[in-house]
Design a protein around this ligand. Structure first.
Ligand code: GLV
Length: 322
């Protein structure tokens, strides 16, 4: 009798090359809809799963793991894994993996794009044209501010922060960063980057970009107190995770002119956007598009699948977390 192939559950739609790779080591069942998988359907399939590929919208907690008694690996198709209770996985002997590296450039590109959109008021310009309202060129029409010679303060100087620093340097910005550890003298020299305390970053930067993971330590890192330390002409950019910002405090700071503007790719109660943000002209809002290129999402799916293949073949995962 032939041995049963491992069963692999994929909780949402991922690019086909990822599924093809998974099929080389097991029988794959994938939820093939954009709507989230209903818990009852998920649990029915988790009951026999040896491996599961998850999306950042899945919550992998005790209830999830109890439904998946034989699962050996949870492969998240995201670099962030705040959706996964890693210690609950580890205590059950379940390996957790993520997809670092492959989305660095796409996410840094988006952070740079948001920075330019918000400083050059491109969202406002687009909304004006689309509204059908009459307009004509004017010397003082919709003036933004240049970024050359301005300081970009990067909070979280991992791969994405560094990739953003390279881009911003090419645009003529000076780079400051806040990180638990130094990136080293060589990289600081190459980027012309200065390491600062969080307060110094907030007090001196024209643009503050969030590029850190979301953890207990970074929950509401940017709260009312932090916002009050920022310059009145400062811009806040978030391509990391929504709950790093206290959105209610941000709305107050934007309304009162405590800071100049914000550009957000991620939201505290995603996909709900704090209602106060919709009405503000000095805000750019995009729907969590950091890694949203065909190439990047394909690479993420393939890397997640490689992690499953490795674990099911008795090898160490390619990109473990925890
Ligand atoms: C996207 O937000 C990711 O964490 O990969």
């Amino acid at each position: 009798m032939s041995e049963q192939r491992p069963r692999i559950v994929v909780t949402g739609r991922i690019p086909e090359p990822g599924l093809d790779l998974l099929r080389t080591v097991g029988d794959v069942w994938a939820w093939d809809h954009d709507d989230p998988i209903p818990t009852s359907v998920r649990d029915e399939h988790l009951a026999h799963a040896d491996a599961v590929v998850t999306l950042l919208t899945d919550r992998v907690d005790d209830a999830f793991l109890e439904a998946a008694p034989q699962v050996r690996v949870v492969a998240n198709v995201a670099v962030g894994y705040n959706n996964i209770d890693v210690s609950a996985c580890t205590s059950r002997g379940v390996i957790v993996t993520n997809t670092p590296g492959v989305l660095t450039d796409a996410t840094a590109d988006l952070a740079m794009t948001l920075m330019l959109m918000v400083t050059r008021r491109l969202g406002e310009g687009e909304r004006l044209i689309r509204s059908g309202a009459p307009w004509k060129w004017g010397m003082f029409m919709m003036l933004g501010s240049g970024i050359q010679g301005r300081q970009l303060g990067i909070i979280g100087m991992g791969g994405i922060g560094q990739a953003l620093a390279r881009r911003a340097k090419a645009f003529g910005m000076t780079i400051a960063y806040h990180n638990r550890s130094s990136v080293g003298a060589d990289l600081e020299g190459e980027l012309g980057a200065t390491r600062m305390s969080l307060d110094e970053i907030l007090e001196t930067s024209h643009v503050v970009s969030l590029n850190c993971p979301y953890t207990d330590d970074t929950h509401h890192l940017i709260n009312a107190a932090a916002l009050s330390k920022m310059r009145a002409d400062a811009v806040l950019v978030n391509t990391a995770r929504g709950p790093i910002i206290d959105e209610a405090a941000l709305v107050d700071a934007l309304r009162s002119g405590e800071i100049a503007a914000a550009a957000l790719d991620v939201f505290e109660q995603e996909p709900i956007v704090h209602p106060g943000l919709h009405d503000l002209d000095n805000v750019v809002l995009v729907p969590h598009l950091g890694s949203a290129t065909i190439e990047t999402r394909t690479a993420m799916a393939t890397l997640a699948a490689s992690n499953v293949v490795a674990v099911l073949s008795g090898q160490p995962p390619v990109t473990p977390v925890g």
